[in-house]
Design a protein. Structure first.
Length: 140
């Protein structure tokens, strides 16, 4: 008996846990370009600049038939509207802070299991197409 055969025999005694089937839908907002008061420099406090935002949300699907009602889905239009409202609330020093606030906004809906948020400042460094941060957060 080879070492591989012995390993297979040992692992055969361990039952695999039965995991509940969890089906997720990915809702996304891609390359949302808005003006924001963001940054640590005086010039950034005085003049709004472009930010490019990407949101990915993994949403728990409801059991049964596919959703056919607006109330049954996480609405990307509402995500965009809430993002715009957040940017209108005032100056934010760091893209990291904005990303965290957006992640909280996404996870506020109990159906959202996980989110990925990317915030870019495309005009911050002339030699780069964009600079920023991307974070992932999990509900709970």
């Amino acid at each position: 008996m080879t070492i591989h055969d012995r390993a297979r025999a040992v692992w055969a005694d361990f039952p695999l846990p039965s995991l509940p089937a969890k089906t997720l839908r990915r809702v996304f907002v891609r390359d949302l370009t808005l003006m924001a008061s963001i940054g640590i420099y005086d010039s950034e406090r005085e003049q709004r600049q472009r930010v490019v935002i990407n949101l990915d949300l993994w949403v728990q699907e409801t059991p049964g038939e596919p959703p056919n009602s607006y109330a049954d889905v996480v609405c990307y239009e509402q995500l965009v509207n809430r993002t715009q409202i957040l940017l209108e609330e005032g100056h934010i020093d760091l893209v990291e802070t904005l990303a965290e606030k957006l992640a909280q906004l996404c996870l506020a809906d109990p159906r959202v299991q996980r989110t990925r948020v990317r915030v870019e400042k495309p005009d911050a460094i002339s030699a780069a197409a964009g600079v920023g941060v991307e974070i992932e957060r999990v509900a709970g």
